[in-house]
Design a protein around this ligand. Structure first.
Ligand code: UDP
Ligand code: MG
Length: 322
């Protein structure tokens, strides 16, 4: 095992997960116990739930679990800040005690048995281990299409995210330490973490159906994650606008020359359609471009305000009594 510690923290973001949480907790507890008994992780390992402003009984369940068993610990946000903020806060809190942290969804879709492989990679010297799903068979048609489209668009727009890697990943103490240096408000961990470097590896796992409840990633949340991902990782859309502007200008120049030539030779017929099409097109492109620039200006606005990325309302963490 080398000289690296082996306290593992599982960080689990939860948003309205009351239907699945008790079961998840039990399965994760059992897995941790097996890993502890096999000597792979320390008995000080914990499961840390982050309640991302749930409107249902999620926090009640989490605090109940924490009362019964010190292996559980919980963070409660003051409101819904989103999946990315939830896992970030979990990781930063866990980093205070853990040698390695694995972030995993509350719905048990990501095969918890893959933990052995994550830990093996860590022991062989990896600081970051990325979980990559084997297939998308369990996803519905809509989810499959949107997810695949998302990765395609991201790649085109200059943000190279790992295909089919969600947020099931292990970070070591060193990687977590590096992560604390990133102060940005606009967070897209999937894009950010690979830019940190470090010896890393990939673990493949199977995706299962959601154990209970329904997806908490609404279309609105997905679109917003995609836009945040692109604008936080790449300025290529701005470059594309410049290029587009240049092309339109060139086209206009040619048009002007043609018009002048027609005028000089006395052939200037009234071109109603051309005028309308050109002005509508350029009008549309201008507004769209302003919108894209606006996205970036908005991001700068939020970054300069540097508001807290989340507010923790309550936290439960107990020393293991042994
Ligand atoms: N989640 C969260 N905040 C949100 C939305 C989702 O913490 O605003 C959590 C959710 O509880 C789950 C994980 O993020 O643990 C992934 O969400 P979900 O399983 O609903 O997404 P899907 O698997 O459908 O992409
Ligand atoms: Mg899920």
């Amino acid at each position: 095992m080398g000289d690296r510690g082996n306290i593992l923290y599982l960080v689990v973001p939860c948003y309205n997960e009351e239907e699945v949480l008790e079961h998840t907790a039990q399965v994760m507890r059992e897995k941790l116990r097996r890993l502890e008994e096999a000597g792979k992780i320390s008995f000080k390992s914990k499961i840390m739930f982050v309640n991302d402003g749930s409107k249902d009984g999620t926090w009640r369940i989490i605090s109940g679990l924490c009362q019964k068993d010190a292996v559980f610990s919980g963070i409660c946000f003051s409101r819904n800040y989103g999946h990315q903020s939830a896992i970030l806060s979990g990781m930063l809190e866990a980093a205070k005690h853990a040698d390695m942290v694995v972030t995993v969804d509350a719905d048990l879709q990501q095969d918890i048995e893959a933990l052995d492989k994550f830990i093996a990679c860590y022991e062989s010297g990896c600081e970051i281990v990325y979980g990559v799903r084997n297939s998308r068979d369990t996803d519905g048609f809509f989810k499959k299409m949107t997810a695949t489209g998302f990765y395609k668009v991201m790649g085109l727009l200059g943000c190279n995210v790992m295909q089919n890697h969600a947020d099931y990943r292990l970070l070591s103490k060193a990687a977590l330490q590096a992560l604390t240096e990133y102060k940005e408000v606009n967070l897209f961990l999937r894009g950010l973490i690979p830019t940190m470097g470090f010896p890393s590896d990939v673990v493949y796992f199977d995706v299962k159906k959601r154990e209970a409840g329904h997806s908490k990633y609404t279309l609105k949340k997905m679109v917003s994650l995609a836009i945040d991902g692109i604008t936080s990782m790449s300025t290529r859309p701005l470059r594309m606008i410049t290029l587009l502007g240049f092309l339109v200008s060139m086209f206009s120049l040619v048009m002007i020359i043609i018009c002048l030539a027609d005028w000089l030779t006395g052939k200037n017929v009234p071109g109603y359609t051309t005028t309308l099409v050109v002005s509508l097109l350029t009008g549309g492109l201008t507004i769209f471009s302003l919108g894209v620039v606006g996205e970036y200006v908005g991001k700068i606005y939020l970054e300069t305000k540097a508001r807290p990325r989340y507010i923790i309302e309550a936290m439960i963490w107990k020393e293991e009594e042994e």
